[in-house]
Design a protein around this ligand. Structure first.
Ligand code: MN
Ligand code: MN
Ligand code: MN
Length: 282
């Protein structure tokens, strides 16, 4: 039971890495990738707990990228967290996130909302990488919006003031980082970008040319149709298939650790590549 996409409170999840790992174990997961947004910070703690729980831990990360004006996520699996390239990539993404957070706060200020940067920092807690969900929680806590969804609809979602993406690296750059760190580049949740098939095909073509090797065929609970469709696309581009929950928060059944249908039989599971990559899972 592989879950190759999960978040801890080192990015926008709410559980500590230790709790993510022990929850994964409880849910029947036997191999877990912690893939926090643009950070490797939670991996050491997760690895320790994985040893305690006797579950395989895969070092992962989820990079934010920009492709033709669209925010795209690329997951790296089996990366060497100590490699210089990874360290530099994380630093560069942190700087991009800091500048982005400042820009979001400035735009919210123009929209009449003061103190968003400090507010989001407080929500995120020390050491966490700032993201839009932290701003959303701040907006709800301050009574500007009724819910996280409402905050995204009004202030943070696509085309809204808080939708600041121009600072992200290209998909090719993220793939390069992952490969240089000995990892496997996986296009995250291709179905979530709401692209036409033609456009998604162009993205995948570029992704493959850049050295991308896999895509998520299963991302959390999804319709059997979507799964079939994604499997066909993966095979068309000769990509390995990954699966994961994209877990952030307990009690969201559609994103629960291990809580999704298995990969279809016609896929080549990405873990067939494990033996090739340099990192040995704990
Ligand atoms: Mn997230
Ligand atoms: Mn994502
Ligand atoms: Mn994710």
């Amino acid at each position: 039971m592989y879950d190759l996409h999960a978040h801890s409170n080192y990015s926008d999840g709410i559980l500590r890495p230790q709790a993510v790992v022990s929850r994964a174990k409880t849910q029947g997961v036997t191999a877990l990738a912690l893939t926090d947004h643009d950070t490797l910070g939670g991996l050491a703690e997760a690895r320790q707990e994985a040893l305690v729980q006797g579950i395989e831990l895969i070092a992962g990360i989820e990079f934010s990228c920009l492709w033709n004006g669209i925010g795209i996520h690329v997951v790296g699996l089996q990366v060497d967290p100590d490699s210089r390239v990874m360290q530099e990539a994380v630093t560069s993404q942190h700087q991009a996130r800091e500048r982005r957070a400042e820009t979001i706060a400035a735009k919210l200020e123009k929209a009449g909302i003061a103190g968003a940067l400090d507010g989001a920092r407080q929500v995120a807690g020390e050491g966490a990488v700032l993201g839009r969900p932290h701003f959303a929680k701040f907006l709800v806590a301050e009574g500007h919006c009724k819910s996280i969804n409402a905050a995204f609809k009004r202030y943070l979602g696509a085309g809204k003031p808080g939708d600041v993406k121009q600072l992200w690296p290209s998909v090719g750059e993220a793939v390069d980082w992952i490969r240089a760190a000995g990892g496997i580049a996986v296009l995250a949740h291709p179905d979530k970008y709401k692209m036409t098939r033609t456009k998604l095909g162009r993205l995948l073509q570029e992704f493959v040319e850049a050295g991308g090797e896999a895509m998520e065929v299963v991302s959390g609970q999804q319709s059997p149709n979507t799964t079939r469709d994604m499997a066909l696309i993966a095979n068309r581009f000769e990509l390995y298939a990954s699966c994961g929950s994209d877990f952030h928060v307990p009690d969201q059944p559609w994103q629960e650790l291990g809580g999704y249908s298995p990969l279809p039989d016609n896929c080549q599971p990405v873990w067939q590549l494990w033996s090739r990559s340099g990192m040995v899972a704990s």
